[in-house]
Design a protein around this ligand. Structure first.
Ligand code: KG4
Ligand code: ZN
Length: 368
């Protein structure tokens, strides 16, 4: 077994601002032969998370969901950054302790570079840089969406090619995953993300934030056929989505009816909204798989926790002869385990980052 490679960041550049901005490609020889352990940090939105991943798989996964935003009905970016600053070190300490791993056993640190809130990303990135500099180990920048796509691999191995439906508070994407680091975006939302629609409808009905879990639960008692809300772009052969019309239709419905009616039928209203949104997600995903002759479908992101969607997609997949893979709920919403999984692959392949990386709020999938 070879000894761990030591990164001398001082010799890379005296100014601490290396001129190269491309990921460092090493020969990978030293990196491949030793057994590796990576720490991952995720702070792109309102979860402060850290995880440790090694040759045997996931060793720990600690997530703190910031409760401070609940009272505002959505994430307040400035508050999110401050909460990350407060929590990041205890969360990392917790992840290392759960994994029974010490700092000097780490071979690298993976961190979410984007997409996400700039202030939030900065906290995770700077913490990761500090650790890498002090421990003289490599930094691995990870795309948050890439993390979501491969979150299924924390539960079971799914090898590309597959179709990934990434549905979260900030994103709605249909992606053809040809292989690791080779993606083709088939469709995306024109306006609101799927999770955002859940959150906004919940806000209209004063159900609290995040709206997805509340609607998921409440809808079970409702009649999904109570109101025929619009299914935008359902008939189009393209794979793009649009949810703002659905959100507005719910708003107008509430305006047209009395508060008494709303209170009596709140479960029916959310069940009808959820059915309209899920119908489009399921149809587009199945169509994408059939058009590209791919028989594996993966769903990911916070909305993939939705029970109605999980059930509807699984039923539909059976009749269409598709294999559907759904991550465990804890790996659907934001977490550092998924960043660790991608970071681990990159570390092994020698795809590393310089210490001058900056957060990229609108980072697209092909950037890294
Ligand atoms: O992936 P995630 O944690 O953060 C982003 O990257 O955006 O997703 C959060 C989103 C929120 O909009 C939340 O309402 C939604 O996921 N969500 C759900 C459920 N659980 C979380 N939506 C529908 N049903 C759920 N059970
Ligand atoms: Zn996410």
């Amino acid at each position: 077994m070879l000894s761990r490679p030591v990164f001398d960041y001082n010799s890379l550049n005296e100014t601490g601002n290396p001129s190269r901005t491309q990921p460092i490609k090493t020969s990978g020889l030293n990196l491949i032969l030793i057994s590796m352990t990576i720490l991952a940090i995720e702070t792109s939105c309102d979860e402060t998370a850290a995880a440790v991943y090694g040759e045997t798989g996931l060793l720990s996964n600690v997530i703190l969901s910031q409760a401070i935003h609940n009272q505002f009905g959505g994430v307040v970016p400035e508050l999110a950054s401050r909460e990350h600053v407060r929590s990041i070190l205890p969360i990392i300490r917790g992840a290392l302790s759960d994994a029974e791993t010490s700092l000097d056993q780490l071979d690298g640190v993976a961190v979410t570079q984007g997409p996400g809130l700039i202030g939030s990303l900065l906290v995770g990135i700077n913490t990761a840089k500090g650790l890498c500099y002090a421990l003289r180990i490599p930094l691995v920048a990870v795309n948050h969406i890439e993390g979501h796509i491969f979150s299924i691999n924390l539960s079971r191995e799914v090898n590309p090619p597959f179709i990934a439906l990434v549905i979260s508070g900030g994103h709605t994407l249909l992606v053809l995953v040809n292989r690791f680091a080779n993606y083709q975006i088939l469709g995306r939302t024109h306006d609101d993300a799927a999770g955002e629609a859940f959150d906004k409808v919940a806000k209209m009905l004063e159900l609290g934030y995040p709206g997805g879990p509340v609607i998921d639960k409440l809808a079970r008692e409702g009649n999904e056929k109570f109101i025929a809300f619009p299914r935008a772009l359902m008939k189009s052969r393209e794979f793009d989505f649009s949810f703002s019309g659905l959100k507005t239709a719910v708003l107008y419905y509430l305006k047209r009816n009395t508060e008494q009616h709303r209170n009596r039928h709140v479960a029916d209203i959310v069940a009808s909204f959820q059915a309209a949104l899920v119908d489009v997600l399921v149809e587009k995903t199945v169509l994408a798989a059939k058009n590209h002759r791919i028989n594996q479908v993966v769903i990911a992101g916070g909305v993939a926790r939705n029970n109605y969607l999980r059930q509807r997609l699984s039923q539909r997949a059976e009749t269409e002869n598709l294999r559907v893979f759904i991550p465990e709920p804890v790996f659907c919403t934001d977490n550092a385990a998924m960043i660790a999984w991608v970071g681990f692959q990159k570390l092994k392949q020698g795809i590393l980052s310089e210490l001058n990386i900056a957060p990229v709020s609108g980072m697209n999938l092909a950037t890294l």
